[in-house]
Design a protein around this ligand. Sequence first.
Ligand SMILES: *Cc1c(COP(=O)(O)O)cnc(C)c1O
Length: 229
Amino acid sequence: MSSIANNLHTVEKKLSLAAEKAQRQRGEITLLAVSKTQPASALREAYDCGQRHFGENYLQESLDKIELLRDLDIVWHFIGPIQSNKTRPIAEKFAWVHSVDRLKIAQRLSTQRLFDSAPLNICIQVNISAEESKSGCSVDEVEKLADEISKLPNLRLRGLMAIPAASKDSSELETTFARMQSLLDTLRQKHPEMDTLSMGMSADMDSAIANGATIVRIGTAIFGPRNYK
Ligand SMILES: *Cc1c(COP(=O)(O)O)cnc(C)c1O
């Protein structure tokens, strides 16, 4: 087996185990393969192993890969920071956007979504650890933003996304994931269509799954270390 096939197999086993421990069904959790900096050939290899959901952070790089892999039935997720003057290709080429953190971006995505495409699935990125340097809306702003996004045509508000602050303390991370879960629970009273919690990466997927993650975003554990040039 190739290393990507091997890695996917290992990640799959971990996912199943984490789901079982959390008394959840494996089918409730989508594995998003985070393929930033990886060549199209690596994505093709993962696809050949059955992987369908891929997450990209950098717009130009992702557009090149979408073009190269257009013969495949891939579900593309945009998970990186969004500049407001670069929303059009995201609105046109992706099925999901996890990193919406302000109304202006959502409005542009809604306007620019092609009329014959399904609504664009949206997660609001929450700066759950209140880090100065991180993108994401604050916990205080999220309800208002959800209310506004839910009214936009061409978008489908699906849930929340977070990248918790790096921490060596696993109980701190656990608490952060739990706060995300309760935030989504609260929003669901008003917006029952919100069914998605995008959280958990290679190092912390167990804890994320224990706290209700429905999409885990796994890069390194599938593709190996990234090569930033
Ligand atoms: C890179 C990235 C990931 C994947 O991280 P790994 O540690 O490689 O699993 C997940 N989410 C986001 C938003 C990322 O930018």
